[in-house]
Design a protein around this ligand. Structure first.
Ligand SMILES: O=C(O)C1=C[C@@H](OP(=O)(O)O)[C@@H](O)[C@H](O)C1
Ligand SMILES: C=C(OP(=O)(O)O)C(=O)O
Length: 445
């Protein structure tokens, strides 16, 4: 998203049941990694099903700035000719990662053990997010780093000339921290080890293995221990990106809360490290059938059939949080229509996403007549059979907050408005036409 794009006020209102097939976009996490690993490989990586959302387009641009040849072949199909591990060139300009935490953090990792200098910036949302969680381990590899006070962007990194491998225990459950350390470890001799107490999404491990790196994962009493052997030659690979379960969550939620709905969402990743929302919805009594379970591009996928359901509130255990970290905003919308409270525990990380997602959801839900309680690391939503709606939610440059409130308005008594739907293009550029095709009444105001 351009930094000064005008706001796009939008609203949604109750209509008939939702019907049809929702072809959701490619997985955002895998799309970033496909471009970055393609850029660090020797040969041509052909990517199909790439998410062409702004976050990923910013990563594609960054990979070109570091010297890879990156071309869009046709819709969702991209070609990357990489420069090999350690082959990044010094970029001429500043690397602007826009709204994307994944983009900036993984790219900082990928360049931090190559002796070049790069400066990273982002939009107003990304500039508020913590970067010390990445720059701390990267400096232990030997990188020189200057960040704004409090470890925020802009950040300038001069990569290590003689990188030393690292053994690093992640202080919070974060696939971005794990992945930044592993990507930095690629150009360090010896073994880089990451230990994570809670399992986070494992796309980096799966894809590094697919590109030819030696990487092993063990489950120990300390947690998951991931060991990467440095200085591999990564070999370019075809990557077929599965559809994003975090994007699928929005039409799925709409079908669950709009009476009479039945939709199909084909080819969605069911990677167990991303599956927490779906586990929770089944516990709540959701009518979701997983058909045609199969493997595509190294990831388990299934076709989802989702019908309107009578739901009950549940307690989501803290150890499940990492496997559904981006789905709490939309879960809190679904929970508003369930019988009884839904308690979400261990969710403090939501406070440092594109916005403080606990605060943004609590304020917007309350304004629309839903009772919410919050602590620093939990949120409880009290469900009801009817939800009034009728208010404007503030989205704080956060795509998931914007989409969540547009879904809310499809089932409330009165329409729900958002101040800005612009950020939706970061992860789900076709969200509005896709929801309209299913029968959802979404409007530009
Ligand atoms: O590694 C990734 O692709 C991501 C990891 C998660 O962030 P954290 O690592 O900060 O939890 C998630 O919120 C983000 O949308 C994508
Ligand atoms: C948190 C998210 O993304 P990122 O950290 O990449 O900005 C998200 O997509 O919900």
């Amino acid at each position: 998203m351009s930094h000064d794009a005008p706001a796009r006020p939008m609203s949604s209102r109750r209509g008939g049941p939702l019907k049809g097939t929702a072809q959701v976009p490619g997985d955002k996490s895998i799309s970033h990694r496909a471009l970055i690993l393609g850029a660090l490989s020797v040969g041509e990586t052909r990517i199909t099903g790439l998410l062409e959302g702004q976050d990923v387009l910013d990563t594609a641009k960054a990979m070109a700035a570091f010297g890879a040849q990156v071309e869009r072949v046709c819709d969702g199909e991209w070609s990357v000719h990489g420069v090999g591990v350690g082959g990044f060139a010094e970029p001429e300009g500043v690397i602007d990662c826009g709204n994307s935490g994944t983009g900036v953090r993984l790219i900082m990792g990928a360049m931090a053990t190559t002796p070049i200098t790069a400066t990273f910036t982002g939009d107003a949302s990304l500039s508020k997010r913590p970067m010390a969680r990445i720059t701390d381990p990267l400096s232990q590899f030997g990188a020189q780093i200057i960040a704004r006070d409090g470890g925020r962007l802009p950040v300038t990194i001069t990569g290590a000339t003689d990188p030393v491998p690292l053994r690093y225990k992640t202080p919070v459950a974060s696939a971005q921290i794990k992945s930044a350390v592993l990507l930095a470890g690629l150009n360090a001799p010896g073994e880089t080890v990451v230990i994570e107490a809670e399992a986070t999404r494992d796309h980096s491990e799966r894809m590094l293995r697919g590109f030819g790196a030696q990487i092993a994962t063990e489950t120990t009493p300390e947690g998951r221990v991931i060991t990467l052997r440095g200085c591999p030659e990564l070999i370019a690979q075809p990557v077929a990106v599965p559809r994003d379960p975090s994007s699928a969550a929005f039409p799925v939620a709409a079908a669950l809360i709009v009476p009479g709905s039945e939709i199909r969402v084909p080819g969605v990743s069911r990677n167990p490290t991303r599956d927490g929302l779906y586990v929770t919805l089944i516990e709540m009594g959701a009518d979701i059938v997983f058909e045609n379970e199969r493997e595509e591009g190294g990831e388990p996928v299934a076709d989802l059939v989702v019908r309107h359901s009578t739901l009950k509130g549940v307690e989501v255990p803290p150890e499940r949080a990492a496997s559904m970290i981006d789905e709490f905003p939309i879960l809190s919308v679904i929970a508003a229509f369930a019988e009884g409270p839904t308690v979400m525990n261990g969710v403090a990380e939501l406070r440092v996403k594109e916005s403080d997602r606990i605060d943004a959801m609590a304020r917007g839900l309350e304004a629309n007549g839903v009772r919410v309680e919050e602590t620093r690391d939990s949120m409880t939503v009290h469900g009801a059979t009817t939800v009034p709606g009728g208010a404007v939610a503030t989205t704080h440059l956060d795509h998931r907050i914007a989409m969540s409130f547009l879904i809310l308005g499809l089932a409330t008594q009165k329409p729900v408005s958002i101040d800005d739907g612009g950020p939706i293009t970061t992860s789900f550029p076709d969200f509005v036409p896709l929801m309209r095709k299913l029968g959802g009444e979404l409007n530009d105001d």
